[in-house]
Design a binder for this molecule. Sequence first.
Ligand SMILES: [Zn+2]
Length: 319
Amino acid sequence: MLTDLVVALDIGGTKIAGALVDGDGRILVRAQRRTPAREDGETVMRAVEAVVDELAASSLWPLAGAVGIGSAGPVDAGAGTVSPVNVPGWRDYPLVERVRRATGGRPVTLVGDGVAMTAAEHWQGAARGYDNALCMVVSTGVGGGLVLGGALHPGPTGNAGHIGHVCVELNGDPCPCGGRGCVERIASGPNIARRALENGWRPGPDGDATAAAVAAAARAGDPVATASFARAAQALAAGIAATASLVEIEIAVVGGGVAGAGDVLFDPLRRALRDYATLSFVRHLTVAPALTGTDAGLLGAAAAVSPRRTGGAPVSLTG
Ligand SMILES: [Zn+2]
């Protein structure tokens, strides 16, 4: 039985993915285009329309009732617009209205990509069964989202849970967001690699100087690589502990490319949490790796459409 079939769109700075997703979270049809991120706004929109057209060619298309979008942020779910940092051609771009038109007038729900990943993890992943959770994506940047009282909590504009830009170092380095000492400035993949290089770590013969290469070096016992991950883990732990103190989360789920480092990240993260999450009501916080992987954006976009999937009220339906 195909129940609750929805159109899901996952829009990032590198790719635009689309899918038809059923009520059990099964992805039945997929389409994908590269994001022409440096082109003008209309060219980027044509890539979105190409993804939609490919999905619309499926015999299942007429059964799909609504559209969910998870987009790189910032987004403004109330206004139905997006201004992704890595897509300069889109500033206050009316994505909801354009997708509504491209999909034959279907209702469209928009959330930020961190909120989408959180919806996916709450529906199908490591946060399933938890009523209060912080989910994070640690990769090129650091994003996140919240589940509170059993329901996804996107906030008024769809950006709540933006843990990457919580300050954990008062006089820290300036962050591209305009702030200082943000979690992202310390814990993102590029910053893990940058700090390791600054402190004398050198890539191997393949020249790979990414956080994944730093993780491999840490696993092999390199002290500088290990220290760079420990520092990232400290920043993440401070951000998680602050969130837990504010809203009493029971679990923090960490996904994204940097989480692929496994124990190299999670061991120092759990140790650092013992230093920062000290009050009785945050001490038993669980930390777990994300489970939904590269489909998190699509599953989350689908989950954001349906209150039954996210366990609460529908997130601001614009369209
Ligand atoms: Zn910042």
